[in-house]
Design a protein around this ligand. Structure first.
Ligand code: 5GP
Length: 113
């Protein structure tokens, strides 16, 4: 079971900001900016390399949730980053795909990953 499956199952607590049939979203435990949310599919796909053609609607849904959460967090107009890290060179630590929604301040090119 991945760490994020344990969070989805409720075995590890998290600060959830969204839940639906396909994804959950919760605040990152080590935020790098005032808003740092992880949008995680209930389906435990290890990396972006493992997504199938059939996962296209799920990936699209993750971005729609990011769009809505950005608005809700008040960071839509100021701007933000929506990032997937993949494998070692991408700095991936949890092998269950997740979309980072990061914003709330001007983001530089250093300091994260
Ligand atoms: P990755 O490096 O795989 O792209 O991102 C994993 C993220 O998960 C990191 O930003 C890390 O801070 C976050 N994280 C790791 N463990 C936990 C946890 O137990 N709870 C929460 N909410 N976030 C976690």
């Amino acid at each position: 079971m991945t760490l994020f499956e344990k969070i989805i199952a409720g075995d590890i607590p998290a600060d959830f900001v969204h839940k639906d049939d396909h994804v959950v979203a919760f605040r990152d435990i080590k935020p790098v900016a005032p808003t740092h949310i992880l949008i995680v599919p209930r389906k435990p796909i290890p990396t972006l390399n493992d997504i199938g053609d059939e996962d296209a609607p799920l990936l699209g849904h993750m971005f729609l949730v990011a769009r809505d959460l950005a608005k809700k967090e008040g960071i839509a107009e100021g701007g933000y980053r929506a990032i997937f890290n993949c494998n070692s060179h991408g700095g991936q630590e949890v092998y269950h795909i997740h979309l980072h929604l990061v914003g709330g301040q001007k983001l530089g090119n250093t300091g994260w990953k």
